[in-house]
Design a protein around this ligand. Structure first.
Ligand code: AHG
Length: 327
């Protein structure tokens, strides 16, 4: 069995990236252990504070955020971080370092208390400026500039799924040895799928294009294997992971309540979009390639359609025909 370290060394990844990945992995192992015994530790439930998005933070959100910040603050290659749980850019003691890490320490917080899969999402960029403290401009880059991206899913196994632009590889944590081992290499997602994943409870507030696409998914058609199946866990990592392996589309569209969607560009949608493209799939905001979108603020939200190429294309066809960007 090949360890993550050996894999990274053999894939001749540049030293700074190798290093940054180590500093992301370290707290994820501790977090995995905590999640496994969550009911026995005081980490379930609300922290009784809200984050920058105005969302209630769970105790585990706060704990995980602190641990990732602590770890990456020791990484000499990391100049700054952007976290879902922190309003401002987080500067490390290494202002002249070249890299920025964006992360969502715990994606799917609402599932923490009910023993359903959750995850950590991360993304690595190179700064634009050459030295001095990282500015907003350094962080507001299109997703196509990402150097590495991935997620750790804390499910029945803890699995790291990662890309550095040379395919998607996954590594399973062997908890007794506390090491990640390569479990799947050059992961490809099916071009077609049979699963659509979105919160159908919001149907009434969806743009017309999404409503029409949903109806299309539910129609009877032998040739295209319809009707498709609906699967929605409510943790993007878990929904994405299933669809990556089986084929499918994950959609979080704009709604009347949230015209820009719910999910964040820098630490949710971009990393997943980089991964899916590397696995042979597609990601769009409904109108343009997700990785081309240049955010204008570090916590910017966006609608997202991500997954099997033919399903994303079909959904976006409906968007273009029936919805306007403003919807
Ligand atoms: P958070 O990271 O704040 O827990 O948000 C979870 C995200 C994403 O993982 C999931 O797909 C989506 O929010 C679920 O939102 P709805 O409950 O609105 O469907």
């Amino acid at each position: 069995m090949q360890t993550l370290n050996r894999f990274l060394i053999e894939s001749s990844i540049q030293m700074p990236l190798y290093n940054i990945i180590q500093y992301i992995i370290k707290p994820s192992k501790d977090l995995s252990r905590k999640i496994n015994i969550a009911g026995l530790e005081d980490i379930l439930g609300e922290a009784e504070v809200t984050n920058v998005q105005g969302e209630e933070q769970k105790k585990l959100d706060v704990y995980a955020n602190d641990e990732f910040i602590k770890s990456l603050s020791e990484c000499t290659h990391c100049a700054a971080m952007i976290s879902e749980e922190t309003e401002v850019i987080i500067h490390t003691p290494f202002p002249d370092a070249e890299y920025i890490v964006a992360f969502d320490p715990v994606d799917g917080s609402s599932n923490i208390d009910v023993n359903v899969s959750i995850g950590t999402i991360f993304s690595v960029y190179k700064r634009i400026s050459t030295s001095g403290p990282i500015t907003e401009e350094d962080c507001l880059q299109a997703g196509k500039n990402q150097l590495a991206a991935g997620y750790i899913i804390y499910g029945s196994s803890t699995i790291l799924v990662m890309t550095t632009g040379n395919g998607v590889h996954s590594f399973t944590l062997e908890p007794h040895i506390d090491k990640f081992y390569l479990s799947d290499t050059h992961v490809r997602t099916p071009k077609d799928g049979k699963i659509y994943s979105l919160n159908e409870g919001n149907y009434i507030k969806f743009p017309e294009g999404v409503k029409k696409y949903l109806k299309y998914c539910q129609e009877n058609d032998k040739e295209t294997n319809r009707p498709y199946s609906s699967r929605y866990i409510g943790s993007m990592v878990a929904d994405f992971h299933r669809n990556l392996k089986k084929g499918g589309v994950f959609i979080y569209p704009s709604t009347e309540k949230d015209p820009n969607g719910k999910l964040r560009v820098l630490y949710e949608c971009n990393p997943m979009s980089f991964l899916i493209e590397q696995a042979g799939g597609k990601a769009s905001n409904g109108f343009e390639r997700m990785l081309d979108v240049v955010p204008t603020s570090i916590h910017q939200r966006t609608p997202i359609f991500v997954g099997s190429t033919n399903m994303v294309d079909k959904a976006c066809e409906f968007m273009k025909e029936y919805s306007t960007k403003a919807q």
